[in-house]
Write a protein that binds this ligand. Structure first.
Ligand SMILES: C[S@@+](CC[C@H](N)C(=O)[O-])C[C@H]1O[C@@H](n2cnc3c(N)ncnc32)[C@H](O)[C@@H]1O
Length: 281
């Protein structure tokens, strides 16, 4: 594994505690199948995954393409990298993906790797950087002419739940505000097409991947736990920035735990997803 010399100063709001890694891993279980389906992998041999996290989706992409492939995951955080490597070993898939430490704003690629990837992907990463334009430019530079960029990210404004959960709206708004307190964009998802356009990509396609559920389905509690997990992970940012008091915050989280037991509860969320191609000339 090579080590990058450059680190951006952005703050990853979710952190890398064991609880947070468990949440992210569960989120992968909930979303990966739908993401892979949307991606329609075909003849790609070289894939670059930016902000690869625990590497579960990186490995899934690698498994879905031909044997003689090269799949590289770039991740800034050492703890995420360690866990990604452990997961790969325990699944006996350590040969599928190479994980490399580095920053999305200054990709740690060898000279010959620039302009060589058939597919460059970033999921839930651009919302955590202060320079999404720079990251997408780097991704475009890593992509070969005719290759594809795929971006997937949140727009926190579109989350809905019903019936209302006491205190949740305030909690969610404070969570959204915590992003801009850190200099990140909580509405990044809506910018994906513009980011691809501005990076000179063409044949742009955009869609949503549904990311919700309702009571009665086996995955419902897991979807609610993911929402509780992301908000809870921002607790110190929210309280330190005086966006909510600690007692209001904790009551809101307790109310969500009650809410998820309702037989008539539903939530709607969607991942913004866009792809585009690098012109051949
Ligand atoms: C929400 S996780 C998503 C992980 C993975 N893409 C997935 O969808 O499961 C975001 C990841 O991006 C990483 N990250 C955040 N900022 C980064 C940066 N500037 N460069 C590289 N990785 C970064 C975080 O450490 C974290 O592992």
């Amino acid at each position: 594994m090579s080590t990058a010399s450059h680190q951006s100063d952005s703050h990853y709001i979710h952190g890398t505690s064991p609880e947070e890694q468990a949440r992210l891993s569960l989120l992968n279980d909930l979303l990966n199948k739908a993401c892979l389906k949307e991606m329609k992998l075909g003849q790609e041999k070289r894939i670059l995954d930016i902000g690869s996290g625990l590497g579960q989706f990186t490995r899934l992409m690698a498994k879905s393409i031909q044997h003689e492939s090269f799949v590289l995951g770039i991740e800034r955080d050492q703890q995420q990298l360690r866990q990604a490597i452990d997961f790969a070993h325990s699944s006996k898939e350590q040969e599928l993906v190479l994980f490399r430490q580095g920053d999305a704003t200054q990709l740690p690629l060898e000279k010959a790797e620039w302009g060589s990837f058939d597919l460059v992907h970033a999921r839930f990463v651009l919302e955590h950087v202060r320079q999404p334009v720079e990251v997408v430019q780097q991704m475009a530079a890593a992509c070969r002419p005719g290759g594809r960029l795929v971006l997937a990210d949140d727009d926190h404004d579109i989350f809905r739940l019903y019936p209302e959960c006491p205190g949740f709206n305030e909690l969610w708004q404070a969570y959204i505000r915590s992003y801009d307190r850190l200099g990140n964009d909580p509405y990044l998802g809506r910018r994906l097409v513009q980011l691809l356009h501005d990076a000179g990509m063409h044949k742009i396609r955009n869609t949503f991947i549904f990311f919700g559920d309702c009571a009665g389905n086996s995955t419902f509690e897991a979807f609610v736990d993911n929402i509780i997990g992301v908000v809870n992970g921002a607790r110190s940012v929210i309280i330190d920035h005086q966006l909510l008091s600690a007692s209001f915050f904790d009551q809101g989280i307790a109310a969500m735990h009650q809410w998820k037991k309702r037989k008539d509860a539903a939530l709607w969320y969607a991942m913004h997803w866009a792809e585009a191609y690098k012109p051949t000339k």
